[in-house]
Design a protein around this ligand. Structure first.
Ligand code: G6P
Length: 481
């Protein structure tokens, strides 16, 4: 449609995600500063341009007082964001508990914590109750801001009850739900005590989206096996009502990165980094410090490389940016200590008075700093054990137009086509080029039994203009081969 002066009117979109694109830091009773939030969901959605979008979500802080809430609401309004205020107890039970201690590990095939396998424990019951309560709180804020005709786009595993809450309020609201993580096989999903209720709540949406065809297929088969509902090529049908299910691989706004490389401060920073690491190949990892990212495995592989190649000791450096995340969840605390211990050991073993092999930073970098780092990197290592759609691989390639470094990306075989999405045409590989590269990679590592090479999460893939570098992991992903 058009406005009276002929300009197209954009469709209004309410994006609802647990995490707002900005996180708030309190500076005073009524003053706040806002920082870009970490994570793939935020990076991906920053590229949504065709809609008049408003974002509804949690600002990542507890704000118990009315003065603080009012001031934060005002500051967020300038960014077209609307806060959902969650108190400490809800955050503990819903976010740290049900979302990040139960759903996240389960959806990445890590499984449920031992004590939660029987839904009878009080902690599981109260976390699930808090999860539903939190979803209702998000729904209440959506409804407060909803205008007829708006499309409501719900995101991720935190908000699987939201479609149901919204449809119960008004069945005419157009609701989409998109998952930014893998959706596991029905054999895994059926180990979740609240499996049926969760599936039914998601099915209340009109359209359900996943990154890949496999995840969509797993969802449809979970509905068939757990709920007894028939799937068809368009989705899942229940009593004559169809929920459409489809794969929508997400990408990045690659021009945002290429434009950043032209900014004078970024060029200056690139120059400094080149001088700082002159004579050494730069390997880079950029991850949230999460159990699914394979950070210990990556660092152990690097240790093995140093062990076997003494000539390289002073010629290579690994920069690992490990963005702290979910720091109140015990599993994440354990991982942080484990990574620190390994890095300390390796630097102690191979460091000299003037140089260490690993620079490990527990922090995020600002956007320009990150682009500069991508631009000077020789080898980027993306070694997730499972991941929804890792965007670091895209971001690195987007910043490598002049350098042509190497991307080492460990992926599941069926995710191969995703490499073609989200990149600028210059960076995109056709399916046949992709196959050629993979075949070449397989030939070079023919010492490895084929089933190991093709096996589920053991995929070695990389692409560069003329160079091919292989890094493989064994089946348990514990030791490099
Ligand atoms: C993943 C999830 C997102 C989440 C992000 C950061 O990308 O899919 O929903 O926002 O991690 O995690 P956090 O818990 O800090 O929001």
């Amino acid at each position: 449609s058009e406005s009276p002066d002929g300009r197209p009117i954009k469709q209004r979109l309410l994006v609802v995600a647990n995490r707002l694109p900005v996180s708030a830091v309190r500076r005073g009773v009524d003053s706040w500063s806002l920082e870009i939030s970490a994570g793939g969901l935020v990076s991906a959605l920053l590229g949504v341009k065709e809609f008049e979008a408003r974002w509804i979500g949690w600002a990542g802080v507890n704000v118990p007082d009315e003065v603080g809430q009012k001031a934060l609401t005002k500051a967020l309004a300038e960014k077209r964001c609307i806060p959902v205020f969650l108190d400490e107890e809800i955050v503990h039970q819903y976010y740290n508990g049900y979302c990040n201690n139960i759903l996240w590990p389960l959806f990445h095939y890590i499984g449920l914590p031992q004590e939660d396998r029987l839904a009878t424990t009080r902690s599981f019951q109260s976390q699930f109750a808090a999860y539903k309560k939190a979803n209702q709180m998000f729904a209440d804020v959506v409804i407060e801001h909803y205008e007829e005709g708006d499309v409501v786009w719900c995101h991720d595993y935190h908000l699987m009850f939201l479609p149901k809450c919204l449809k119960e309020y008004d069945s005419n609201i157009k609701v989409g739900w998109f998952l930014h993580t893998p959706f596991p096989s029905s054999e895994i999903h059926r180990t979740l005590p609240s499996r049926s209720e969760i599936l039914r709540a998601v099915l209340a949406a009109d359209l359900v989206g996943f990154h890949t065809y496999d995840y969509a297929r797993h969802f449809v088969s979970a509905c068939a096996r757990i709920l007894g509902l028939e799937g068809n090529p368009d989705g899942v049908e229940d009593q004559g009502r169809l929920t459409r299910v489809a794969a929508f691989p997400i990408g990045i706004d690659s021009q945002r990165f290429t434009r950043a490389l032209e900014v004078p401060q970024v060029q200056e920073h690139i120059k400094e980094l080149k001088e700082r690491f002159a004579g050494r190949k730069v390997m880079l990892g950029v991850d949230r410090l999460d159990m699914i990212k394979g950070i210990p495995q990556k660092i152990l592989a690097f240790e093995k490389f140093l062990e076997e190649n003494p000539d390289w000791h002073d010629k290579v450096v690994l920069l690992q940016i490990a963005v702290p995340t979910r720091t109140d969840v015990p599993e994440y605390q354990k991982l942080t200590s484990q990574v620190h211990e390994i890095v300390g050991r390796i630097n102690g073993r191979f460091g000299t008075l003037t140089a260490v092999p690993i620079h490990h930073l527990d922090c995020s970098l600002d956007f320009h700093g990150l682009c500069a780092l991508y631009a000077v990197t020789d080898v980027a290592l993306v070694t997730s054990l499972r991941d929804g759609m890792n965007l670091v691989s895209y971001e690195f390639v987007a910043c490598q137009d002049s350098k042509k470094g190497v991307l080492i990306l460990i992926i599941k075989a069926s995710l191969r086509p995703r490499l073609g999405h989200g990149l600028s045409p210059r960076c995109r590989l056709s399916e046949s080029e992709l196959n050629d590269t993979v075949i070449e990679a397989q030939q070079r590592i023919r010492k490895v039994p084929p089933q190991l090479v093709f096996d589920d999460a053991i995929r070695v893939y990389l692409q560069s203009k003329n160079r091919l570098l292989i890094l493989g992991f064994n089946a348990a992903l514990t030791e490099p081969i």
